[in-house]
Write a protein that binds this ligand. Structure first.
Ligand SMILES: C[S@@+](CC[C@H](N)C(=O)[O-])C[C@H]1O[C@@H](n2cnc3c(N)ncnc32)[C@H](O)[C@@H]1O
Length: 200
């Protein structure tokens, strides 16, 4: 990923990196080897606890784990040389996600780069798309399917939200980015796009 960015935008400054939706630290760990300091943000305390264990096991001490909210309030006015998010925004409604992306970009330092990954188009087989529709759009639908599928009744739906590329490009443009590169990837059941650019 860093190589790809550097091919287009030149060297990425290896100061501070932000990993939004860091989960258990799968990508914060390699980022910690590349950057002086990494902040891993996640909305889930359980994920942050796992990440903390994973970092300790590997004796990695340059990662700060921080609980997240949509306005990124715990970041204060900190700026990062690299802002990264992967397989996260698809689990957040697009309306909220556009706001989060705007907020993330405010934390980019001058000369910094971002790498933002979204799902552009779900490509579930028709039956699974119908089930997804019923679970997400019909009130109580997920409860019925949880019962039918023998799951815990309260188990939430794993959201796979599509983002509108035009809306995202507008967010980038309004934040001052006009030279934005895209990398497409077919993940299971979803065509995804990673957008990357550098702040002048
Ligand atoms: C599929 S995991 C990906 C984790 C990591 N980026 C990776 O690639 O291994 C998605 C993560 O996004 C986090 N997440 C979901 N909604 C979030 C939100 N609103 N703010 C921050 N993190 C969120 C989840 O808690 C979870 O850890």
């Amino acid at each position: 990923m860093l190589r790809k960015i550097e091919e287009h935008f030149g060297p990425v400054s290896r100061g501070d990196a932000l990993d939004f939706g860091c989960g258990v630290g799968r990508l914060s760990i390699p980022l910690a080897k590349e950057f002086n300091r990494v902040t891993g943000l996640d909305v889930s305390r359980a994920m942050l606890e796992e990440a903390s264990k994973n970092l300790a096991e590997r004796r990695i001490d340059n990662v700060d784990l921080v609980e997240s909210d949509d306005v990124l309030s715990r970041l204060g006015d900190k700026r990062f040389n690299f802002i990264h998010t992967y397989i996260v925004l698809q689990h957040i409604s697009a309306k909220r996600g556009y706001v989060i992306v705007r907020n993330l970009l405010r934390h980019l330092a001058s000369g910094g780069t971002f790498f933002i990954h979204v799902c552009c188009r779900r490509n579930l087989p028709l039956v699974r798309e119908l089930v997804y529709f019923c679970k997400t759009k019909i009130p109580g639908g997920y409860i019925l399917f949880n019962m039918l599928q023998g799951k815990k009744i309260s188990e939430p739906v794993m959201e796979g939200n599509e983002y509108d590329v035009g809306t995202l490009l507008k967010v980038f443009q309004e934040a001052g980015f006009e030279d934005v590169m895209t990398k497409l990837e077919n993940r299971s059941n979803c065509l995804t796009a990673s957008f990357y650019s550098k702040k002048d």
